[in-house]
Design a protein around this ligand. Sequence first.
Ligand SMILES: Cc1cc2nc3c(=O)[nH]c(=O)nc-3n(C[C@H](O)[C@H](O)[C@H](O)COP(=O)(O)OP(=O)(O)OC[C@H]3O[C@@H](n4cnc5c(N)ncnc54)[C@H](O)[C@@H]3O)c2cc1C
Length: 388
Amino acid sequence: MKFEFSDVAAFQEYFGPAHNMVRRSVKEFVDREIVPNIEDWEEMNEFPRDLYKKAGDVGVLGIGYPEEYGGTPGDIFFQVAAWEEIMRCGSGGVTAGLGSLNIAIPPILSQGTDDQKERFVRPAIMGDKIAALAITEPGGGSDVAGLQTTAVRENDHYVVNGSKTFITSGCRADHVTCAVRTGGPGASGISLLVIEAGTPGYSVSEKLKKTGWWASDTAQIFFDNCKVPVENLIGEENQGFYGIMENFQSERLQLAVMANMTSQLAFEASLRYASQREAFDRPLAGFQVMRHKIVDMATLVEVSREFTYRVAAKIGAGLNQVKEISMAKNFACTTSDRVTYDAVQIFGGYGFMRGYPVERLYRDNRVLSIGGGTTEVMKEIISKFLFK
Ligand SMILES: Cc1cc2nc3c(=O)[nH]c(=O)nc-3n(C[C@H](O)[C@H](O)[C@H](O)COP(=O)(O)OP(=O)(O)OC[C@H]3O[C@@H](n4cnc5c(N)ncnc54)[C@H](O)[C@@H]3O)c2cc1C
């Protein structure tokens, strides 16, 4: 039996008619603007900049954000539905690049001034400006509290020195939500600044070459005596670490959703292929070992997705889900690791060939257990709840 995710989603307790309407409109946008071009964009290591504008114009980027800044507000499942349908394009790079605003603007929305929201949130939602998040440094990403980029206040601006790396959308971002050290060592000395590209002292590397996520631009960003106006400080000085941690919850949910969708797509492709491809005069699905592999895929995907939805619902209800979202991300990524591995195996040699969707899913999947906090860092977080 063919398992169509979009149909199944309509029956979930989490998605009502309004969610399904949003899902359909995102799907139409993805089918029209992204799917026909995906192979070219992957090979070009970039999607056109005007995709942001097109997505902004039809409201795709504003789903879940306040109306006063150009968004369409709604509960957390509107965003989950949108992320799922964008990921249906089969490219983690497009999904991550187009979605970089979703990790960059939430701290501005929750702690920023009205002026910052007008200057940075609205243009990102409208697709006029590209927003990125810059936390990770060449010296380390897991130890966020140890970051070393400094911002020293001088009169009405901060002088920023240091560098950030692996920044999604970093090559062409118009502004980055950047973690800097404004105080002493550790978490209590960190602030968040919005730093605009074009500020003297701000420069960007060439696109970093990656194993997967080819269609997204990933950069190292350098700050050399970069003067950032004090009005670009998000929230209070030295309180940035808490904003970063809050933001991580949403980023981890997005990554869990991406991992589940990766698994879903790999599973669907495997199901189709096993029914069509023949070996020893019968379809691959005629071998019990193949059917069981696909049954395991279906089971894992379903369990992982349901758990992620449950955690999302609790986050939406305002409950603290730091432990659970870490579990959901790890479970979703362990699942997608296995499902994409098995999908390539089912495709045999074709699974290793460019142009076959499972080949890209397999490559793109690898970063999901690294970005937004590694598997090991998630386990450290979970263990703190267990060993109180
Ligand atoms: C394609 C891509 C896109 C990205 N996009 C962004 C972005 O937009 N913005 C951004 O800020 N960052 C981004 N990142 C960075 C990402 O968040 C970091 O790579 C990640 O947090 C890990 O940091 P690191 O690479 O420095 O690894 P390290 O911190 O050096 O870790 C190396 C290894 O040591 C392990 N380790 C570290 N500490 C511990 C510990 N306490 N216990 C056990 N094991 C530990 C890690 O799990 C990992 O296996 C991106 C990365 C990639 C690859």
